[in-house]
Design a protein around this ligand. Structure first.
Ligand code: AMP
Ligand code: GLY
Length: 424
């Protein structure tokens, strides 16, 4: 089977590597891909926003299955258009991708189907949002309703910050994504990322990971797309996983069916696990980045038939087989990330890091310039180590990243600190 993968980040490098190992695969195309992906698949220039062009390319290359990495093409309805053209696709329809595309949609679904989450209000004008804040003192969380590249959430620790967030969003800081806002209760606990494969009717637990959202050591500084991750998340025990499936994932699939928006693809639940159990922070309609870079190296099953089963509505009974090994990835970012990453600096000695045992270097934001590899994004490389526990995975990843010669890059020194504490 010929497969087209859409995307260009570290997540897509990890997906491409897993797909490339499938005995079912004839040829893998990736649009647009990156220099790391180019070593294992054919990178092509096809604009994912031009659905007609994607369909025409699939017909030309006899591509029977399209795997979509990022959220924007899902929210734009690429899956709907591919399916209408008779091409199977991994990912939710436009209607189902509202679980990521609209925070208000997800909060209403959680309310209607008894999914544990923070209490909330939805607002489309400033006066009523500010009035709600005067009844709900900080700490409180203010969110732009739509897609804001992970930047539309303000966790306000005092009332002035909360009011300023409302002002900022309604003044157009996030464009259309901020036409509506959600204000919700502050939840305390430990965060985890949990992933379930879904075929419209059923869900299968896939894997868990722990992300590090803040740019700086000790979880300081602004939020990013994620500066590092490890898998599994120790807090996601078998019991906790069963609880999340029962209390959050399964009612969501029922709710989406009831709204006539059957959910197919991977459901990524951002969870806050506190004293009274797991609560939903948000859903994403895609694999996580960098979570995928630590989950897929642990996958023992063939990824391609699992993704195909989501699209075809015939997920196996399960379970998904994962290695008991831990994986940990460090995001090597360009100086200036997340505000203004500097592009164009030269990166050397990636192959020295790759030569270490149990190390994978995923490309996320790189470009070839002649013979040189240069930075071409905010998150540039994901250096991943595997080990029998998080400590070992962490030691391998840090030993590998130290070999990369890139003075214009930076990375957090404390990825995995919570799980790798000697006392845990
Ligand atoms: P989101 O983009 O919705 O995942 O939010 C980004 C980050 O903000 C989350 O990973 C949490 O760390 C934090 N956050 C979001 N909602 C809440 C909440 N209700 N309570 C506490 N922290 C939150
Ligand atoms: N790492 C969080 C995300 O993919 O949204």
């Amino acid at each position: 089977m010929n497969v087209l993968l859409i995307g260009s980040g570290g997540r897509e490098h990890a997906l491409a590597l897993a797909l490339s190992k499938s005995p079912l695969l004839d040829k893998l195309f990736v649009a647009p891909g990156n220099p790391g992906i180019a070593a294992i698949a054919e990178c092509v220039v096809v604009d994912a926003a031009d659905h007609g062009a994607v369909i025409a390319f699939c017909r030309l290359m006899k591509i029977k299955f399209v795997v979509i990495g990022p959220e924007a093409p899902l929210v734009a309805g690429l899956v709907d258009d591919l399916e209408a053209a008779g091409i199977a696709a991994f990912g939710p329809s436009k209607a189902a991708a509202q679980l990521e595309g609209s925070k208000g949609f997800t909060k209403d679904l959680a309310r209607d189907f008894d999914i544990p989450t923070a209490a909330y209000g939805r607002f489309s004008d400033k006066a009523s949002a500010l009035a709600y804040l005067s009844d709900h003192p900080a700490p409180i969380v203010v969110k732009a309703d739509g897609l804001a590249a992970g930047k539309g959430v303000i966790v306000a620790m005092n009332d002035a910050e909360a009011a300023a967030a409302v002002e900022m969003i309604f003044s157009g800081a996030f464009g259309e994504a901020g036409a509506e806002i959600v204000i919700e209760e502050f939840m305390d606990g430990e965060e985890a990322s949990f992933f379930a494969l879904c075929d419209g009717e059923r869900a299968l637990a896939f894997a868990s990971a722990q992300d590090h959202k803040r740019v700086g050591d000790g979880d300081t500084g602004p939020n990013t797309g994620g500066m590092g991750a490890y898998s599994p998340a120790p807090i996601m025990t078998e019991e906790m996983t069963a609880r999340v499936m029962r209390e959050i994932v399964e009612p969501t699939l029922r709710g989406m069916k009831a709204r006539n928006a059957h959910y197919k693809g991977v459901l990524f639940a951002g969870l806050m696990i506190g004293r009274d159990g797991p609560k939903l922070i948000e859903f994403n309609a895609r694999f996580g980045d960098p979570e995928t870079q630590v989950m897929l190296p642990r996958l023992r099953d063939d990824l391609l038939p699992l993704l195909l089963a989501c699209a075809r509505g015939n997920l196996p009974e399960g379970p998904v087989h994962l290695s008991p090994m831990s994986a940990l990835t460090i995001v090597h970012a360009a100086k200036g990330y997340p505000e203004a990453p500097e592009k164009g600096s030269i990166i050397k000695d990636v192959e020295k890091a790759e030569a270490l045992p149990d190390v994978i270097v995923y490309h996320a934001g790189t470009k070839r310039q002649g013979a040189a590899l240069v930075a071409h994004g905010g998150r540039v490389l994901n250096v991943t180590g595997l080990g029998t526990n998080v400590q070992e995975a962490r030691a391998r990843a840090y030993a590998a990243i130290a070999l990369i010669d890139w003075p214009d890059g930076f990375y957090r020194r404390d990825i995995g600190w919570r799980a790798a504490k000697p006392s845990v």
